[in-house]
Ligand binder design. Structure first.
Ligand code: 13P
Length: 248
């Protein structure tokens, strides 16, 4: 079954609203491609600006984070209904920066996956190992544990709509990309894991991205691999290079 490619930018903590508007204008013609889902995951404060800037184009907007309650006394947080109302379609969760810097664990990430689906948002669920685990050779066990926890209680029909991003931490922002074979090995492993946890049809439907120093030069080779259905792109999503990745 052919899975639709999904190329998502994760802007992280970059771009003020006025800079975001300018970047959308700069990328507008470069990211055109009717065969690919193109998503800009942007800082919360940029969401309204970016939703307006990409209206009528092929670009969809994602958030980088949210909290699991709908409303209430949660100073500083934004909720899934707020994102939906603002025009957001996707939301990132489980990113290593949120796990490592902000202490998010798999119990919270699991709650986020379920809440996002319940609210009508598509999760981009990130997983990935540290350099130490890569060197120790235990990275697959680590990723199996992350995904098994994060998908606890999530249905097969939901997983068919899920995007999983494999992002080895040692490749994020370092310029050191996993080789296409290394990325394929883990993305293929994740698909087998979904088949084991669910069934073959679910495994064939779930979309799996690679993330970590993906750029205009290495995207085509990574995306040529059978189990890599797209990319989650940090640094290169802030530049015209992003258009080259969309069209790789
Ligand atoms: P870089 O593309 O900057 O390595 O970041 C990858 C990433 O963390 C995307 O979520």
């Amino acid at each position: 079954m052919a899975r639709r490619r999904i190329i998502a930018g994760n802007w992280k903590m970059n771009k003020t609203p006025s800079e975001a508007k300018a970047l959308c204008a700069e990328l507008k013609d470069l990211v055109k491609n009717d065969d690919v889902d193109v998503v800009y995951c942007v800082p919360a404060i940029d969401i309204t600006t970016v939703v307006e800037a990409v209206a009528g184009t092929n670009v969809q907007v994602g958030a980088e984070n949210f909290y699991i309650e709908d409303s209430g006394a949660f100073t500083g947080e934004i909720s899934a209904p707020m994102l939906v109302d603002a025009g957001v379609k996707y939301v990132i969760m489980g990113h290593s920066e949120r796990r490592d810097i902000f202490g998010e664990n798999d119990i919270l990430i699991n709650a986020k996956v379920k809440k996002a689906f319940a609210a009508g948002l598509k999760p981009i669920l990130c997983c990935g190992e540290s350099l130490a685990l890569r060197k120790a050779g235990t990275y697959k066990e680590w990723i199996e544990r992350q995904i098994t926890w994060d998908l606890d209680g999530v249905t097969a029909d939901q997983v068919k709509e899920l995007v999983i991003a494999y992002e080895p931490i040692w490749a994020i922002g370092t310029g050191e990309t996993a080789t296409a074979d290394q990325a394929q090995e883990v993305c293929g492993f994740i698909r087998e894991l979904i088949a084991k946890l669910y069934d073959q049809a679910t495994a064939e439907a779930v979309r799996i991205q690679y993330g970590g120093s993906m750029n205009a030069g290495n995207a085509a080779e990574l995306l040529s691999k059978p189990d890599i259905d797209g990319g989650l792109i940090g640094g290169a999503s802030l530049k015209p290079d992003f258009g080259k990745i969309v069209n790789a």
